[in-house]
Ligand binder design. Structure first.
Ligand SMILES: [Zn+2]
Ligand SMILES: [Zn+2]
Length: 147
C-alpha cells in the first residue's frame, strides 16, 4: 500500500496501485462529475450538430430531420452517399503504385526528422527514400569487395 494525497480534498489516503489521484470518496464523486460532464458535452455536441433539426439533403435537396451528428444527406440517399464517399481515389492510387516499408526509429527521432524535413522543405518519406538509396549503394559496394 502506498500513501497518496487526494487531489480534490487534500486528504492522505492509501492505495495499492502506483497511481492514485483521488481518495475513495472523491473518486466516486469524480466519476459522477465525469459522467455529468460527458452527458453535458454530448448534449452540446448534438445541439451543435443539429440532431433532431431539419436540414436539406446535399444529395437530392429534400428537407429531412437529422438523426445523427455528421449527417449530410437524407435517409433515402444515405446508402448512395456512403458508397461515393468511401471511394478514396488517392488511397487507391497510393496502394497501386507504392509499397509501404515500416521503419522503426528511436523514441523522439520521428519528431526530429519531421522538423528537419520541414526545414529542408521536403518530407520524411523523401529523406528515408534517399537514405535507402544511399544505403543500397554502400551495401552493394561491400558485396563487390567481398568477391
Ligand atoms: Zn479526497
Ligand atoms: Zn436525399
Amino acid at each position: 500500500m502506498k500513501t497518496f494525497i487526494c487531489k480534490k480534498c487534500g486528504k492522505e489516503f492509501e492505495s495499492p496501485g502506483n497511481y492514485a489521484y483521488y481518495c475513495v470518496d472523491c473518486r466516486a464523486k469524480r466519476q459522477t462529475e465525469r459522467t455529468r460532464e460527458y452527458k453535458a458535452k454530448k448534449k452540446n455536441n448534438e445541439a451543435i450538430k443539429g440532431v433532431g433539426q431539419a436540414d436539406i439533403c446535399k444529395f437530392c435537396g429534400k428537407a429531412y430531420i437529422r438523426t445523427s451528428g455528421n449527417q449530410k444527406v437524407c435517409d433515402n440517399c444515405r446508402e448512395e452517399y456512403n458508397k461515393k464517399s468511401n471511394q478514396k481515389p488517392h488511397d487507391n492510387y497510393v496502394s497501386r503504385n507504392y509499397d509501404v516499408v515500416k521503419v522503426y526509429v528511436k523514441k523522439g527521432e520521428r519528431a526530429k526528422l519531421k522538423e528537419f524535413a520541414a526545414q529542408c522543405h521536403t518530407s520524411v518519406n523523401e529523406i528515408v527514400n534517399y537514405g535507402i538509396s544511399l544505403a543500397v549503394k554502400e551495401f552493394s559496394k561491400s558485396i563487390k569487395e567481398e568477391k
